[in-house]
Ligand binder design. Structure first.
Ligand code: FAD
Length: 435
C-alpha cells in the first residue's frame, strides 16, 4: 500500500519525483530545519487582526471569539440540563430536546478543543521585543522594492513560528471549505473546455488548460496538499479515557483518506504530484535569487548569530544552486499579445486575491501559516517575474539595485519552502507506516 511512492516526471517540469525525494530528504530538509530554527527565520511579522474582505466571519468557533452561542460558557444548555428540576423556566428557555442538548454539549467540547488548538502562543520575552526594535530600525533603513500590505498596519505582530507549529488544529467543515472553494472556483483558472471541475480539477490538465493556468492551479493545489500532509503528520489523537490531553502522532488513516487513489477516486496521487511541482517552483525562485541572497546580511544585531546564519544560508544555497534546469519560467507568458498581457494581469490579480482570502481563515494558527505560505509563494513569483521579467525571455536581475526583498518576504520565502520540504520528508514517514 505504498501509494505515496510516486514515480516519473513532475508535470510541466523536467525532473523526476525520485530525484527530488533524494535531494530533499538527504540534503535540503536537514539544512533547512536547522536554519529555520535561527532567530532571523523563526520570528515572523504578521497581521492576524485584518478582517476578511470578502464575507463576514463564519468560522464555527476557532477564532479568538467564539461566534456560536453554544460556545459561550454561560449559555451552554448543559447547565440548564443539570439544574433542570430546580429551575423549570430555565428548561423552557432552552426549548431543545435532549438530543439537541447532547449535540450542543459535543459541539461545546469540540469547540473548546478547537479553540485551544488554534490559539496562538504569543509568548515573546521582553529582551526579544527590545531586540525587534533594532531589527526594525535596520529594516527601515533599506529601500523597499515592493510594498507589503500589512507592513505598516496597526495589528502587525511578531509570532514565534517554533512555538506555533503547523499541525492539526481541528479546523474543518464549512469555514475551511468556503475558503478552499473560493480559492479554486473564484480565483484559480478554469479549464478552457467543458470539463467537470470543482473545486478540484479532474482529468487531463494539459489538454484543457494553457501552461500558465496549469502552473497557477498546481501551485495552489500543491500548497493545499502540503497543509493537509502536515495536519496528518502531526495529528492529535484524543486520550482514550477522555480526560487526558491526547497524543500527537502521525495519522496514517487520515493521510490515506486524503491521498489514497482508491479513497480519492484517483485524485490523491495528482494532489501529491502537485506538491512536488510547488516545491520545484519555489526552489527555482530561491536559486534564481542566489546573487541577491548571498549579499543579504540576515541582520539580527547579534554578530555571532548573523555570521552563523549567513554561513548556514550559504551552505543551503550551494546545495540548492547545484540543482538546476528543472523549471523554465521563460516558457510562461511568451509572446507580446494583448491576450498574453491580459493573462499576466489576471495571474497577478488572482494571486493577490488568494493572499487576501487568507484573512478569512477562521483559525488563527491556520491563518498564520496560510498567510506565511502565500506570502512565500508570492515572493517566489516576484523573484521569477519581477521587473521586466514579466516580458518574454527576460530574466530577473537579482543583482540590480532596484531589486529588493524585505525581511518579512525572505522569512516567508524560506519558511514556505521549508513547509514544502517538510511535507516531502513526511511522505517518507507515511511510506514506511504503510508498508
Ligand atoms: P479539504 O482539505 O478542506 O478540501 C476541500 C476539497 O478540496 C476536497 O473535497 C477536494 O475536492 C479538494 N482538494 C483537497 N485537496 C486538494 C488538493 N491538494 N488539490 C486540489 N484540490 C484538493 N487544518 C489543520 O488541522 N491545520 C492547519 O494548519 C490548517 N491550515 C489551513 C490553512 C488554510 C489556508 C485552510 C483554508 C485550511 C486549513 N486547514 C488546516 C483545514 C484543512 O486544510 C482542511 O480544510 C480540513 O482538514 C478539512 O478537510 P477536508 O477533508 O474536508 O477537505
Amino acid at each position: 500500500r505504498c501509494f505515496c511512492k510516486l514515480r516519473g516526471e513532475v508535470d510541466d517540469c523536467s525532473c523526476k519525483v525520485e530525484t527530488l525525494d533524494s535531494l530533499n530528504n538527504n540534503k535540503i530538509y536537514p539544512r533547512l530545519k536547522s536554519l529555520l530554527a535561527r532567530n532571523y527565520f523563526r520570528y515572523f511579522k504578521v497581521n492576524l487582526q485584518k478582517p476578511c474582505p470578502f464575507w463576514s466571519d463564519d468560522s464555527r468557533c476557532a477564532l479568538k471569539d467564539c461566534h456560536v452561542n453554544v460556545c459561550q460558557e454561560d449559555e451552554v444548555p448543559i447547565k440548564t440540563k443539570k439544574e433542570n428540576n430546580e429551575h423549570e423556566h430555565e428548561k423552557s428557555k432552552y426549548s431543545k430536546d435532549s438530543n439537541m442538548q447532547e449535540q450542543d454539549k459535543t459541539l461545546e467540547e469540540s469547540c473548546a478543543e478547537e479553540r485551544e488548538l488554534s490559539a496562538l502562543d504569543t509568548t515573546i520575552s521582553k529582551e526579544k521585543m527590545a531586540e525587534f526594535e533594532t531589527w526594525k530600525e535596520h529594516d527601515e533603513s533599506l529601500p523597499m522594492f515592493c510594498e507589503i500590505d500589512d507592513e505598516d498596519s496597526n495589528g502587525m505582530e511578531y509570532v514565534d513560528l517554533l512555538l506555533n507549529p503547523e499541525r492539526y488544529t481541528g479546523y474543518k467543515g464549512a469555514s475551511p471549505h468556503k475558503v478552499w472553494r473560493s480559492i479554486y472556483e473564484e480565483n484559480c483558472f478554469k479549464p478552457e473546455q467543458n470539463v467537470k471541475y470543482g473545486p478540484e480539477i479532474v482529468g487531463d490538465l494539459e489538454s484543457t488548460m494553457c501552461l500558465e493556468k496549469r502552473v497557477f492551479y498546481r501551485l495552489i493545489s500543491g500548497l493545499h496538499t502540503s497543509i493537509n500532509i502536515h495536519l496528518c503528520d502531526q495529528y492529535l489523537f484524543p486520550d482514550k479515557s477522555g480526560f487526558g490531553p491526547g497524543t500527537w502522532d502521525h495519522n496514517l488513516d487520515e493521510f490515506q483518506r486524503r491521498f489514497d487513489p482508491e479513497l480519492t477516486k484517483g485524485l490523491g496521487p495528482q494532489r501529491l504530484k502537485n506538491l512536488y511541482f510547488t516545491y520545484l517552483i519555489e526552489l527555482r525562485a530561491i536559486t534564481k535569487a542566489i546573487p541577491y541572497l548571498e549579499r543579504e546580511t540576515f541582520y539580527t544585531g547579534d554578530i555571532k548569530e548573523d555570521v552563523e546564519v549567513m554561513e548556514g544560508v550559504s551552505d543551503f544555497l550551494s546545495v540548492a544552486g547545484s540543482f538546476e534546469h528543472h523549471f523554465d519560467e521563460s516558457q510562461l507568458f511568451k509572446g507580446n499579445t494583448d491576450e498574453m498581457k491580459q493573462l499576466k494581469t489576471e495571474f497577478v490579480q488572482h494571486f493577490r486575491n488568494i493572499s487576501r482570502i487568507m484573512d478569512c481563515v477562521g483559525c488563527d494558527k491556520c491563518k498564520l501559516w496560510g498567510k506565511l505560505q502565500t506570502l512565500g509563494m508570492g515572493t517566489a513569483l516576484k523573484i521569477l517575474f519581477s521587473g521586466d521579467s514579466m516580458n518574454p525571455g527576460s530574466t530577473v536581475n537579482t543583482k540590480s539595485k532596484n531589486f529588493q526583498l524585505t525581511r518579512t518576504e525572505i522569512v516567508a520565502l524560506f519558511n514556505a519552502f521549508g513547509r514544502l520540504s517538510s511535507s516531502i520528508h513526511a511522505l517518507e514517514t507515511f511510506r514506511s507506516l504503510a508498508r
